[in-house]
Design a protein around this ligand. Structure first.
Ligand SMILES: [Zn+2]
Length: 85
């Protein structure tokens, strides 16, 4: 795991997990932007190939998408939906 900023240092921070059809967690994405910076930082465990990557990326439009540097597949940061009961 990389060193992550404190949440109060960021103006965007999300921590998502991704599950396969069986409901097992197969991927993870932490995406954040430090206040005043243009680029986002991320740490990802790819839900498709399982490899880790991290880096900086400029994201302009929502939903934000991070491309895996290993397999080239894209993980999307979906809007969090309210839970249905
Ligand atoms: Zn991948």
């Amino acid at each position: 795991m990389p060193k992550l900023p404190k949440i109060e240092e960021t103006d965007y921070f999300t921590n998502r997990t991704y599950k396969n059809e069986e409901g097992d967690i197969v991927g993870k994405l932490i995406l954040y932007r430090i206040k005043g910076e243009k680029e986002f930082g991320y740490f990802m465990i790819c839900q498709y190939c399982g490899k880790e990557s991290e880096g900086k990326v400029e994201l302009k439009r929502r939903p934000y998408r991070i491309k895996c540097i290993h397999c080239g597949k894209t993980t999307t940061v979906e809007k969090i939906k309210p839970k249905k009961r």
